[in-house]
Design a protein around this ligand. Structure first.
Ligand code: SR1
Ligand code: MG
Length: 412
């Protein structure tokens, strides 16, 4: 159905990993002849993830990530080509070349096993978990702004020559993973479907939003943009669960959804997820001063990361042909990126509240009424950003629009 799967492919288990590791010469310098232990830690929606460690020296460790031939979240009733692991490995190579300080380092890609071996970032945590706990990461804005600008600006037609760009677009054709995004982000939240997963307390707001024709027109425009604008090599799933972080370092992982798409989809994913955190702390942080303080950190981060992104992007503008790409065009390009960031990021917020794959920031709130308050706020923020995105002239206005919203649950 999706093309050939390698006849040598076999999903690994914690019992078969030691033998597999011995077949890979790239891992010999790490594990030597040590006995090996493995645990499966994958809590994402798609793949197997193993932490593999020497039984005699825990500093000798790697992560093995293997694609399953179906969506793990749902089971084998939803087949998915494991070849997405190749896309991820190709994207990691490029991201590492363009921004090594913020991309997880790969040891090898095994095309028979659809498996990537990479550094075990065991001094870092998934950013989403930190944000849920109210931990601030003061260097994140600098780090992610730089990652976004370097990986995105340098894979546009502004930098790649005409032939390389088209060949790269072909090498990153990723139809099945893009289809997941098209369905789960741009289609299903706006209609009744069995896969949507919002709880009944939010139903009045979801039904109103699904009946909002003006909103659906704007979402359709963004879906078209996602499907047709091969602007740059985007990560394609750059939420705070795809970021490993501590107080000093930030690493992006998991680019299996990568393809040539609109830049605003990646920048918007980061900002949209920071805004989901903002919405979640409506109920997660009871103390008003602490809540205001953490939210100020989130909004300052959004503003700073955008400015870092724009400043870093300027290095590419400084090198382009100023006749073909005059200053006025450059300004218009960056303004369009701001509008796309707001709209596409907001679509990503909507799906995390309404659709199949939620985020722990909101879905993890135990009390259903509190969860509805946070969800309601996130939906209002996203709706406002989608509808008002083209009025934006600067990032501060994006923050103002989002933070002016209030939850409307409980309904009156
Ligand atoms: C069925 S896959 C659901 C989601 O998981 C991934 O992380 C992507 O965000 C995708 O949309
Ligand atoms: Mg992922």
């Amino acid at each position: 159905m999706f093309g050939e799967v390698s006849p040598k492919y076999k999903p690994l288990t914690i019992d078969t990993i030691p033998d597999y590791v011995r077949t890979r010469p790239e891992l010999t310098p790490i594990f030597r002849d040590d006995p090996i232990e493995a645990v499966e830690v994958g809590d994402g929606n798609l793949n197997l993830v193993f932490i593999v460690t020497s039984a005699v020296d825990e500093a000798r460790t790697v992560v093995l990530k293997q694609a399953l031939p179906y969506v793990r979240l749902v089971g084998d009733s939803w087949p998915l080509p494991p070849d997405r692991a190749r896309i991820e490995a190709q994207a990691l190579e490029i991201e590492y070349r363009l921004c090594p300080e913020h991309t997880v380092r790969m040891f090898f890609y095994d095309s028979d096993m659809y498996l990537t071996a990479m550094v075990n970032l065991n001094k870092h945590i998934i950013m989403r978990k930190g944000l849920i706990e109210g931990i601030k990461y003061p260097k994140f804005a600098q780090h992610i702004g730089r990652f976004l600008a370097r990986t995105l600006a340098n894979t546009t037609d502004l930098v790649l020559d005409y032939r390389t760009k088209k060949l790269e677009v072909a090498r990153f054709i990723n139809p099945e993973l893009c289809k997941i995004t098209e369905d789960l982000i741009f289609t299903e939240p706006y209609r009744p479907t069995e896969r949507n997963l919002f709880h009944k307390e939010l139903e009045p707001q979801v039904l109103a939003l699904q009946a909002d024709k003006a909103l659906r027109v704007e979402v359709a425009k963004m879906k078209e943009k996602f499907m047709t604008q091969a602007q740059a090599l985007i990560h394609g799933d750059l939420h705070t669960g795809s970021i490993m972080i501590n107080q000093d370092e930030t690493f992006v992982i998991d680019p299996e959804f990568a393809f040539f798409g609109p830049i605003g989809f990646d920048v918007g994913a980061v900002i949209g997820n920071l805004l989901l955190s903002y919405a979640s702390h409506e109920v997660r942080t009871a103390d008003p001063d602490k809540r205001t303080d953490f939210r100020r950190y989130l909004t300052d981060t959004i503003i700073e990361l955008w400015h870092v992104f724009v400043n870093e992007f300027q290095q590419v503008w400084d090198q382009v042909d100023q006749v073909n790409f005059p200053k006025g065009y450059q300004d218009d390009y960056m303004l369009r990126l701001l509008h796309d960031t707001a709209g596409l990021g907001a679509c990503k917020m909507m799906r995390r509240v309404i659709g199949l794959a939620g985020v722990a920031d909101i879905r993890g709130i135990e009390d259903v009424h509190e969860r509805a308050i946070a969800g309601s706020l996130a939906l209002h923020m996203a709706t406002a950003l989608i509808k008002q995105r083209e009025s934006l002239t600067q990032i501060e206005e994006l923050v103002e629009i989002a933070t002016a919203c209030k939850p409307t649950y409980p309904w009156r």
